[in-house]
Ligand binder design. Structure first.
Ligand SMILES: Cc1cc2nc3c(=O)[nH]c(=O)nc-3n(C[C@H](O)[C@H](O)[C@H](O)COP(=O)(O)O)c2cc1C
Length: 703
């Protein structure tokens, strides 16, 4: 078919098996709710070290799990909003011992509608309610102080930032004004007064965010702090501002207030902060014994920004060995481990082996606020795991919409914790067609509400096209989206019928009261593919092409080419897999670069790996089909602006990754029969995984 294979290895892949009908019921595979698999045979917790209490500044932490600071972008009018209240209360109730809030404005110039103000008395009520909601759940509430400085990660430049020196932000090239020496003391005083106000409102402490390339990070780094007054010059000078701030916070808030530091552990910028320098900074800043904990974070506001939120391509707990070294540099101070810790077993391991005293969990607590409680109660298998997709980061960095999650459709809702839908009074018959993440989500929610649900899919297994993504580089964790949904569907009594090419009569035979269509979408062949080849499959879409490559399994000579009009993550995962299978990989795109429809932090990782693997980009170009493709294995790629031709020789694989059109066949047939159905996810309009799960969730409630 599509590929000019040089040999013929034959390993059948499950995705390519022929279709027959299999019906799976919960009892057949023996799934029951809440099986206590995380309790040892003697009935002890499997997480004894992670669940040990600890004291900071005389305050009790019931265990070692700390919710890391994450902006939710959910407030309005500079006041604590209901979403933030719900969000924090759920994570406190879900078992975190300490919760660091999103940044709170602690100086007048930080005023921003989406952050609560603590620099004046305008939202004392909101701050008190937040403290009450968290502290009453035996969770210590820590307010984060973050000063942006010159950093900006949205498109365009900012013109109102300040820095230690007049040097541009590495990412946006925004130019800050230099902070005057005379401005430093009043600024520190304003922060300290705000911290005291927060203490009066019931907060247990404050965290200075001095990493991520923001202002306090800039003060510490020789890369960005080139001052020659007493706030620069050497380690002593560059740590001075933070030391004065720590002293002022302690003075204003007393010894019974937690003062924490988030410090850069490694920013991977030449002449900036590497682990030995980070250790020296940490030692100097904690020497006065006024700091109650230190968390190390990663990357900077530059081409290394993606290091702070490692995605699915990173190993699990990727910074473990650096963290161990840094923690040993400050043995007297509890250290928080930060970075892609998504499973309680990982947290247990790094506390048990003495690497750290505390474990910071960020995105995994967005995905499942009951993460700690589920581990505690022997239900770790029931966690909705973070898949490290960074959709959450994208949402807040766009500054348009509140935080959201691919694997948690209820972030910030009051009933989010360990969510179980309430049951309906009258059960109805529901048919769901399509077992991707949208269909599965709809099916389990509808079944958990008490409906009689049948889920039909033509595939051999549930998971839809996400299953293919899970087989490609960096995709291993996405399987937990459909694994959770599948288990929940079976637990709720949903009947799942696989290998069924669903027709109108299949649907009618089930006499449904409501139909949900989650039949997905298919890529549309680009115009340069000749008409006669569109149906033959000689030049396939990338999904079909990758199924063949996975099935074939053996390394090939020659070049693999992806025509990219997709710019989403799966296309580059495919390119990486092809890199392991072919001599050379090319990505041809009509745009001026690749990965444009992705969060910046995901795009950076892709650009890094494409560069490291020497995957070649042919930008501003489209293939031009000619007989030489088949006769000489040569593909012409034509620049869309000037017509220049780049010839790719020794072509061995060619596939296209393009916008997807919904599979509407069944929807139209049902409509002709007057049967109303809910179309969700890609079957409505091809979009993201986050939209698929949230629309599935909504449809499961709507029927
Ligand atoms: C959506 C999102 C928002 C974040 N906002 C902040 C922030 O406001 N302040 C901060 O210090 N770190 C922020 N971070 C970084 C996290 O605190 C944490 O360092 C990072 O997510 C790595 O931890 P994780 O792998 O457990 O998610 C944010 C991360 C995410 C994903």
């Amino acid at each position: 078919m599509l590929v000019w294979w040089r040999d013929s290895g034959e390993t059948a892949h499950p995705l390519c098996e022929s279709h027959h009908i299999v019906t799976v019921t919960p009892s057949e595979i023996g799934i029951r709710a809440a099986e206590p698999v995380n309790i040892t045979s003697r009935g002890q917790s499997a997480y004894p070290s992670m669940l040990q209490p600890l004291a900071l500044a005389g305050k009790r932490l019931r265990n070692r799990i700390v919710h890391l600071s994450m902006t939710t972008f959910s407030n309005r009018d500079a006041k604590v909003g209901t979403t933030l209240l719900n969000y924090c209360a759920s994570r406190a109730r879900g078992g975190a011992a300490m919760l660091v809030t999103e940044p709170i404005s602690m100086a007048r110039h930080q005023h921003l509608g989406t952050r609560a103000d603590a620099w004046n008395d305008s939202d004392l009520d909101g701050l008190r309610r937040l403290a009450e909601a968290v502290e009453s759940e035996d969770c210590r509430l820590i307010a984060q102080l973050l000063e942006r400085g010159r950093a900006r990660n949205q498109p365009g430049r900012s013109f109102d930032g300040f820095g230690m020196s007049a040097l541009p932000d590495d990412l946006s090239w925004s130019m800050p004004r230099t902070l005057l020496r005379s401005e430093i003391a009043p600024l520190i005083d304003e922060y300290a007064q705000s911290a005291a106000r927060l203490k009066r409102c019931g907060f247990s402490g404050i965290e200075i965010s001095a990493g991520h390339g923001h202002f306090f990070h800039q003060t510490l780094s020789p890369w960005s702090n080139r001052r020659d007054d007493e706030y620069g010059g050497d380690l002593e000078g560059r740590t001075r501002l933070l030391r004065e701030l720590i002293e002022a916070l302690r003075g204003a808030c007393g010894q019974d207030f937690i003062v924490g530091l988030k410090l850069p552990g490694h920013d991977w910028l030449a002449g900036s902060i590497d682990p030995p320098y980070a250790a020296a900074v940490a030692r100097r800043l904690t020497a006065s014994r006024q700091v109650d904990y230190v968390g190390f974070c990663w990357g900077s506001h530059s081409h290394t920004l993606e290091r702070h939120v490692p995605d699915g391509h990173a190993e699990r707990v990727p910074y473990r060995s650096i963290i161990r070294d840094l923690a040993q540099a400050i043995p007297e101070v509890p250290v928080i481990a930060v970075g892609r810790i998504t499973d309680p077993a990982e947290a247990e391991a790094i506390v048990a082996d003495g690497t750290v005293a505390l474990v910071g969990v960020g995105r995994a607590l967005i995905a499942d606020p009951a993460w700690v409680v589920k581990a505690q109660k022997g239900r770790a298998h029931d966690i909705r795991y973070c898949v490290s997709c960074n959709t959450c980061w994208e949402r807040i960095s766009q500054q348009r919409v509140p935080i959201a999650c691919d694997n948690n459709p209820r972030v910030g809702l009051a009933d989010e914790l360990d969510y179980t839908p309430s049951r309906v009074e009258r059960a109805r018959r529901i048919v769901v067609v399509g077992a991707g993440p949208a269909g599965l989500e709809a099916a389990w929610i509808a079944a958990a509400r008490g409906h009689q649900v049948t889920l039909l899919t033509r595939s051999t297994e549930v998971g839809g096209k996400l299953r293919l993504r899970a087989l490609l580089p960096g995709g291993e964790s996405v399987s937990s989206v459909y694994d959770y949904q599948h288990a929940a569907a079976l637990r709720s009594g949903c009947e799942i019928v696989t290998r069924r090419e669903v027709s109108l009569s299949d649907v009618l035979a089930l006499e449904p009261d409501a139909v949900i269509l989650a039949t997905g979408a298919d890529m549309v062949a680009p115009l340069w593919v000749p008409d006669e080849l569109r149906v033959s499959g000689l030049v396939p879409d990338l999904r079909q092409g990758m199924r063949e490559v996975l099935r074939h399994g053996a390394r090939q000579a020659g070049a693999a080419v992806i025509f990219d009009m997709d710019h989403s993550e799966g296309t580059y995962a495919a390119a990486e897999h092809l890199h392991a299978m072919f001599e050379q990989v090319y990505i041809v795109t009509p745009r001026d670069t690749i990965a444009q429809d992705l969060p910046l932090v995901v795009r950076q990782g892709i650009l890094r790996r494409m560069s490291e693997k020497r995957i070649r980009l042919v930008t501003l170009a489209e293939p031009l089909w000619s007989s030489r493709v088949e006769s000489a294995a040569e593909l012409d790629c034509v620049n869309i602006y000037n017509g220049d031709v780049t010839v790719i020789r020794d072509l061995a694989f060619l596939a296209w990754s393009t916008p997807r059109a919904p599979d509407a066949t069944l929807a139209l047939t049902l409509a002709q029969r007057g049967i109303v159905c809910h179309r969700i996810g890609d079957a409505m309009a091809a979009r993201s995984l986050q939209v698929a799960t949230s629309e599935g969730h909504a449809a499961g409630h709507a029927v």
